[in-house]
Each structure stands twice: as C-alpha cells, then as structure tokens.
Design a protein around this ligand. Structure first.
Ligand SMILES: [Zn+2]
Length: 201
C-alpha cells in the first residue's frame, strides 16, 4: 500500500522521515538525475548512514539487493529490497560543495552539501559534519588502476531503488544534485527533480 508521495525538487534537498518497517522508494523520474542521499538516526543524528562502514559490511563497493546500509556504529539502518536500474551507483565520492564549485570557477553555485544542511535546518535538525553520501544513480566508473571517470547515469526514466528501514526512526535527506557544468546529470547538463514514495511494508 502506498502511503506517501514526496516530490524532490530540482537542485534542492528534501528531508524524508522513515519509520521502522516502512520502505522508501527513490524514483529517478527522468532517468538522468543523480540523487545524493544521507540518513540519520532521529534519536541521535550523530549516528548516520556510513558509506565506509557499508562497504565493509557488504564487502562490496556498491550495495545490491539484499545488502544492508549500515551506520557509523556498524548497525544496519536499511536493507536494499529492490533496484530496477542497472545497479550503477557511487559510494566513493563526496557530495558537490561550495569548495568544488569555487575550484571550477563558479563560486556560489547551488550544491548538495549546502542542500543537506539547509534541509536539515528546515526540519529543526543540525548536524555538524557532512557524511559521505550514497550517490544514487551516479556513474563514476573506476579502472583497475583506480582512475575514476565521470559519466552520465545509465538509469532509465522511472528506475528506482527501495530500502526497508530497520531502525525506529530515520531521517533521510535527498539532494537532487545541481551539477550543470559536467554531464554527470545527463548529457544535456540540465538537473531535474525526482520522487520518493513511502510504503507501510
Ligand atoms: Zn551534487
């Protein structure tokens, strides 16, 4: 049963509360949009989804269906229950930030790091650090030598991932990445919105 639908506006961050037993479906409506995603424990926001702990837990760079997304105390927060995309996501790169755009010659550009903290502030929360995001649908392949490339997403319109929440109350934040200077959000370099659905199952 579908309970809640949440539109994720282009270039902005959105807070999405998710309770234990609920499933969050994150939909790439246009197929080309990278979504930087974080999750915090409502009871203690210093406890957050951790990409380095998740890679260790699953012995895998990019989580697949059946894997768990764990926090910085090695506690499972979500289980990946569905992924209709080709499974190309990124767990290695930081979110885009004021510093990245300043280095590119575009100071003041919208960025995912600011989106995270502005969205949290709008929900009355403050976190004094920026965890590494789960960059859903981001296509940054790396060679056996460790060289990283920046490619457009390979997901299709409507592709989605689903995570089942395993902790009492999670605060998920998703930023529709505003990167419009490289093709990481598609060849047209036109960042767009996305959508979330919350199911009580
Ligand atoms: Zn970004």
């Amino acid at each position: 049963m579908q309970d809640t639908a949440i539109d994720l506006p282009a270039r902005r961050g959105t807070v999405i509360p998710v309770r234990e037993g609920q499933t969050i479906r994150i939909v790439n409506v246009h197929g080309t949009q990278v979504l930087d995603c974080w999750a915090f424990d409502r009871a203690d926001p210093s406890c957050c989804m951790s990409m380095e702990h998740t890679r260790s837990y699953n012995s895998r760079i990019v989580p697949r269906v059946g894997d768990r997304l764990v926090d910085n105390r090695y506690r499972p927060m979500f289980e990946v229950v569905s992924d209709t995309s080709p499974g190309i996501h990124d767990t290695l790169m930081c979110s885009c930030s004021a510093g990245i755009y300043a280095r590119m010659g575009h100071p003041g550009h919208d960025n995912c790091e600011d989106n995270l903290h502005q969205a949290l502030a709008g929900a009355g929360l403050a976190v004094g650090f920026t965890p590494a995001p789960f960059n859903i649908f981001m296509n940054y392949p790396f060679s056996p030598e460790g060289e990283i490339s920046r490619k457009p997403p390979v997901s299709a319109p409507g592709d989605h991932v689903e995570w089942k929440c395993l902790i009492p109350e999670a605060v998920v934040v998703i930023s529709c990445c505003p990167q419009d200077l490289t093709p990481i959000n598609g060849e047209s370099m036109s960042p767009c919105g996305a959508r979330c659905l919350i199911f009580d199952r």
